[in-house]
Design a protein around this ligand. Structure first.
Ligand code: ZN
Length: 198
């Protein structure tokens, strides 16, 4: 038995598809949106559509950006000879928040997972190898500490080492299913400082 009319249900359904939003939260959000002035709702809808339309991958690091090159890669004071490899833009943001890493990043957009049928060709690995043809001193692998993250780290290490580039693995990455907002910066900095060559 449905309590709401079709269009309200549709809104609740769409909101409920967002990560971390259960049925109850979706209902609360839906009614909140419906209570807003028309202009606010239009502005929200526009922000979603506009961001989706204009955000693409940075041509260098594959972070999400609304420019050709993201602000990190475009910053001349960042050390381009040190590349930290992360699984996704949220991981990048977590390390960036520490404000202590002065190198650049490479966003893989996933991790190798034979179980889920994700192979090396499905993540931005080829693109990483291309970047390594320029002068690079160190590749820091900061993939998650999940099975997939570890497998990806090993794979990258085997790929990069023959090129004579130093490869290191952070001491303990972002934990599996860890909520990035709750990982404090000190933990991330310790992981980064305690990285070991592999
Ligand atoms: Zn970039």
């Amino acid at each position: 038995m449905e309590y709401y009319s079709e269009k309200i249900n549709r809104l609740i359904e769409e909101l409920g598809r967002l990560p971390g939003v259960g049925r109850k939260s979706a209902q609360r959000l839906a009614f909140h949106i419906l209570s807003l002035p028309k202009q606010r709702v239009e502005s929200l809808a526009f922000a979603i559509e506009d961001a989706k339309k204009s955000v693409a991958y940075c041509k260098e690091c594959f972070n999400l950006t609304d420019r050709d090159i993201c602000p990190i890669c475009a910053n001349p004071s960042r050390n381009k000879r040190i590349i930290m490899v992360v699984e996704n833009p949220r991981d990048l943001a977590a390390y960036e928040k520490t404000g202590k890493f002065n190198g650049v990043y490479h966003v893989l957009h996933g991790a190798i997972s034979p179980m889920q049928g994700i192979g090396p060709g499905d993540i931005k690995l080829k693109e990483l190898m291309l970047r390594l043809q320029k002068d690079v001193d160190e590749v820091i692998i900061a993939t998650n500490s999940s099975l997939e993250g570890e497998a990806t780290a090993m794979y990258i290490s085997k790929l990069v080492k023959p090129a004579g580039i130093k490869v290191s693995r952070i001491a303990s990455g972002i934990p599996v299913g860890g909520d990035l907002e709750n990982i404090d910066e000190v933990t991330l900095l310790k992981a980064l400082d305690g990285r070991v060559e592999i």
